[in-house]
Design a protein around this ligand. Structure first.
Ligand code: 5CA
Length: 433
């Protein structure tokens, strides 16, 4: 992308309405704009990051054996009356009436809808197990939408739903998602800690929330210090094998949300106990037959008996992750994107646009780097270009100036460390092409 033509409305000043750093930086870097309380337009730069995150989530869901479909945003109230949640959900549900006076709603989650899809289309035990998911916009009329996309009213969620014949099989599906979540967040450069959690309006009694520790987190969490230092990333994961030992290991240390605190255990932990704030980026639930029973999701078993299926649901806050990654990775100059989610992997900075040698070398670099790169070809001061590239967080920058290029040299800057290295133009080409 050429910055001279890119739609990137950056801001020089900190917007007054933004209380936390990720919200400030998303506005300043021209990633999002608010259109109503808790409702945002994703500008081109923000959308690139959102799509990258979505893609990692998708790849890890598929790897774990989940299958993608796409359910609508607007649902019929009928289904929610069947489960009993239409009244329970209260004011957080955005209720809509269509021209025929039928009650509709903008989906805050999809347990009912997917259970109906399942019940109407799956009849035999032979078709189980199944894990189905989609990545779709949700609406929750939050009392206090705040912190930008961190707690929005409209937000992008990945939600998966598992269907199994019995509780043991449902636990295997839960474990698959558990491990898939650990892999997903690790690929984004995040350390997510699984914590025992409350189930709230979704229901059930087994549940984990995945938290990124950050001062700005909305949840109070308590965690064993050793967990924070634990590195499990390079572990082989075989989804066809038994995942229970790995899940056991990853839940062996004390880690709970505020609601699940155990005073006695915490007292015994002494200075091993860390009390911190967390950003909830994922939440998984096992709730057995709560929805399948109410809605008649039944399959025929091997002896022609009727089996009410066992279910779980598994959410990831895709749009919230954009903000969570920024909370975890920024400095005074702006965002520092982990490579895996960066909107552009490399940026080319032309220190003297209009200078024939600089222009020619930059064009060559930009052409070789392709779609995943951004080229600052604007007629701006060098300082403004540096500041802008740092603000939008491009992980590597290739800086081309008249003095260096006369000797065939350019500089490569690492956004994270700030280190600069002088290399030949050819070497820069080879590094990022
Ligand atoms: N049906 C279940 C699992 S699919 C469910 O809805 N779980 S949830 O309520 O915990 O939401 C899943 C994830 O969506 C949360 O972990 C969080 O990361 C994200 N999320 C929830 N509410 C919001 C919100 N208002 N703004 C941004 N992200 C949110």
């Amino acid at each position: 992308m050429r910055l001279s033509s890119y739609f990137l409305p950056t801001l020089k000043e900190n917007p007054a309405e933004a209380q936390i750093v990720s919200h400030r930086l998303m506005l300043r870097a021209g990633m999002i704009r608010q259109t109503a309380a808790g409702i945002y337009t994703w500008l081109p730069l923000g959308l690139r990051v959102l799509r990258n995150i979505e893609q990692i989530v998708r790849e890890e869901q598929n790897r774990a054996g989940a299958q993608e479909l796409l359910m609508p945003t607007i649902q019929s109230a009928e289904l929610w009356k069947e489960s009993g949640r239409y009244d329970d959900y209260g004011k957080e549900m955005l209720r809509i009436t269509d021209r025929h006076d039928r009650e509709m709603l903008f989906g805050p989650t999809n347990e009912e809808l997917i259970t109906a899809v399942f019940r109407d289309n799956v009849k035999s035990y032979k078709e189980l197990p199944k894990i189905l998911y989609h990545i779709q916009w949700k609406f929750r009329d939050e009392v206090r939408p705040r912190f930008g996309v961190m707690r929005g009213r409209e937000f992008l969620m990945k939600d998966s739903y598992s269907f199994d014949l019995d509780a043991a099989a449902a636990r295997r599906s839960y474990n698959r998602m558990f491990i898939a979540y650990m892999r997903t967040f690790a690929r984004m450069g995040l350390k997510a800690i699984p914590m025992k959690a409350d189930t709230g309006p979704i229901g059930g009694d087994l549940s984990h929330e995945f938290h990124i520790l950050a001062e700005t987190g909305e949840s109070g969490v308590f965690v064993h210090r050793d967990f924070i230092d634990m590195d499990w990333k390079d572990r082989e994961v075989d989804y066809s094998g038994d995942l229970q030992p790995l899940v056991d290991e990853l839940t062996s240390k004390y880690a709970v949300t505020e609601e699940k605190q155990d005073e006695a255990v915490q007292a015994a932990l002494g200075d091993k106990l860390v009390s911190a704030r967390g950003i909830e980026v994922g939440h998984i639930f096992y709730f057995g037959t709560k929805y399948s029973k109410a809605m008649g999701a039944v399959v025929t078993g091997p002896n022609s008996e009727a089996i009410t299926v066992e279910m779980g649901s598994y959410g990831i806050g895709v749009s919230r992750l954009v903000a969570a990654i920024i909370e975890a990775s920024h400095d005074d100059n702006g965002i520092i994107w982990p490579d895996a989610v960066a909107p552009f992997r490399v940026g080319v900075i032309n220190l003297k646009s209009g200078d024939a040698a600089c222009d020619e070398s930059c064009e060559k670099l930009y052409k070789a780097f392709g779609e995943g790169s951004v080229y600052d070809d604007r007629d701006e001061r060098a300082g403004a270009k540096f500041a802008n590239m740092d603000l939008i967080g491009v992980p590597y920058q290739v800086i081309v100036g008249p003095k260096g290029i006369a000797k065939g040299l350019v500089e490569i800057k690492d956004r994270r460390t700030g280190e600069r290295q002088e290399v030949s133009l050819d070497e820069a080409l080879a590094r990022f092409a």
